[in-house]
Ligand binder design. Structure first.
Ligand code: C2O
Ligand code: CU
Ligand code: CU
Length: 489
């Protein structure tokens, strides 16, 4: 039955018009295995991953232990699904950190496969970056040290193992890492129970409710895997019961290859907007009201949604304009509780954006598919962990232009630093580019230019020397070698 599943996957990629009736149908019907599970949206509450408590703390550091292992998790009605999870959870436990206070994590690998753990968006030394070849063998462990010498931001940690990152993340190895700083905490944004991280991921399931992922070298993998069921925090299109007040949602596209075009549709009155307050690198200079937000793999949007104007009983659905049928909606907010008061605010100015010096080095990187190699390539070359593609100097400002020589979007991610987008397709950046980013979605046949300074302000920065990777964050593209390497010295 795998063949019909793959065919279905191709249809998805080709954006075939699925009748809405096909919605919420797990693999198994439609000429496939027959008798598959049928799931309906908005049946389960939004799960919130627990915030992990440190094993120990001292005056400068919190120490954690996390074990990657298999577990059974109830995702669909009926049989539980085997996942690979940090501490046996999918998504894994959230780590909360403070700027200026370091975090040390012992990652124990109790899976039967190699792992590495990357703190996505982290400014950390290469030895703690979870390089694709810096693996943790089954039964072994590795300690990662995160200095948290950067701005408050919504980061995440996930597997990054050479050639199998896609599979490992798909099985569940991803979680939030929320880094806070005094400035942000002083703004009185919605916090505590009103500050909710949500990760959107698409998956497909076999008829026995096991996760379906293609294992053979084929077009579905090479193109980037897209599932037919949307999970938010590991639950199928959940609902979230809210008070009629403001909430902050830290939205992460943690999917393999899908992009989402998110909007809100209310069952009563006019539709609310997102008030965007941040992106990958934390707060933007000023809030931005948006009716629709597009996120590609690894991109984050930090938004406030104000439910105060809606009568109790209102249902607000987060739609995905990039989807159809079962992937056309993401989750639903149910306004059910009278607030006891909302003291939070969205200030008119958030964090001022530092101006970078002019770039002293410019680089051009082409994004391409090499048919003879059957690999995605950067500047014509597939990833080689022993090759350095760019030598950069601490403290210098560089400008990189990604030129997309293919027809599909590639969300390009650079390790170690946050950048600013300075140009899109040869024109000005978008209004919503203003801020610090670590991933930029490069349009099909288009281009994007980013500018970054390799920080050299303090002793922690001086440790961030050595090799780092940059790559497409469509995870299957990454596994198909769409990755390069720079060395900081
Ligand atoms: Cu989120 Cu190198 O990856
Ligand atoms: Cu990263
Ligand atoms: Cu790509």
């Amino acid at each position: 039955m795998a063949i019909s599943r793959r065919q279905f996957g191709k249809l998805c990629l080709a954006s075939a018009a699925l009748a809405p009736a096909a919605r919420v149908r797990a693999w198994g019907g439609g000429g496939g295995g027959g008798g598959g599970t049928t799931v309906q949206p908005f049946q389960v509450p939004l799960p919130l991953a627990p915030v992990l408590a440190p094993v120990s703390s001292n005056s400068t550091e919190d120490y954690y232990e996390i074990t990657a292992r298999t577990a059974q998790q109830q995702i669909l009605p009926g049989a539980a699904t085997t996942i690979w999870g940090y501490n046996g959870m999918y998504p894994g436990p959230t780590l909360k950190a403070r700027v200026g206070r370091s975090v040390r994590v012992r990652h124990i690998n109790q899976l039967a496969v190699n792992t590495t753990v990357h703190l996505h968006g982290g400014h950390v030394p290469p030895s703690s970056d979870g390089r694709p070849t810096d693996i943790i063998l089954p039964g072994s462990y590795k300690e990662y040290v995160y200095p948290n010498n950067q701005l408050g931001s919504t980061l995440w940690y996930h597997d990054h193992t050479m050639d199998v990152t896609g599979r490992n993340v798909y099985m569940g190895l991803a979680a939030f890492y929320i880094l806070q700083d005094d400035f942000e905490l002083g703004l009185n944004l919605p916090s505590g129970d009103y500050d909710i991280p949500i990760v959107i991921q698409d998956r497909s399931f076999n008829t026995d409710n096991s996760l379906y992922y293609p294992t053979v070298d084929g077009s579905v993998l090479r193109n980037g895997f897209q599932g037919d069921i949307i999970l938010v925090n590991g639950a199928v299109q959940p609902y979230f019961q809210v008070e009629n007040r403001k909430y902050r949602f830290r939205i992460l596209n943690g999917s393999q290859a899908s992009g989402y075009q998110l909007s809100l549709q209310s069952s009563t009155g006019s539709n609310p907007s997102f008030v965007q307050i941040g992106l990958e690198g934390g707060l933007i200079p000023a809030p931005l009201t948006r009716s629709s937000i597009t996120l590609y793999g690894a991109e984050r949007a930090d938004v406030v949604i104000d439910f105060s104007k809606f009568p109790l009983g209102t249902q607000i659905t987060m739609l995905n304009g990039g989807g159809y049928g079962s992937t056309g909606s993401v989750m639903r907010f149910d306004v059910v509780k009278q607030t006891g008061g909302d003291g939070s605010v969205v200030p008119a100015t958030l964090r001022p954006l530092a101006t970078l010096p002019s770039a002293v080095v410019t680089r051009n990187i082409t994004l391409d598919f090499d048919r003879s190699l059957n690999r995605w390539v950067l500047n014509g070359k597939p990833f080689d962990p022993s090759r350095i593609d760019a030598n950069v100097k601490l403290g210098t400002t560089e400008q990189w232009t990604f030129n997309n020589h293919s027809g599909e979007v590639h969300p390009m991610h650079i390790h170690d630093i946050m950048f600013q987008v300075t140009s899109r397709n040869g024109s000005s950046p978008y209004a919503w580019d203003k801020g610090w980013k670590d991933t930029v979605a490069v349009d099909g046949w288009g281009s994007a230019t980013v500018k970054m300074q390799f920080p050299n302000a303090n002793a922690a920065d001086a440790q961030c020397v050595g090799p780092y990777v940059f790559h497409c964050h469509k995870l299957e593209h990454e596994d198909y070698a769409m990755m390069g390497q720079f060395n900081v010295s």
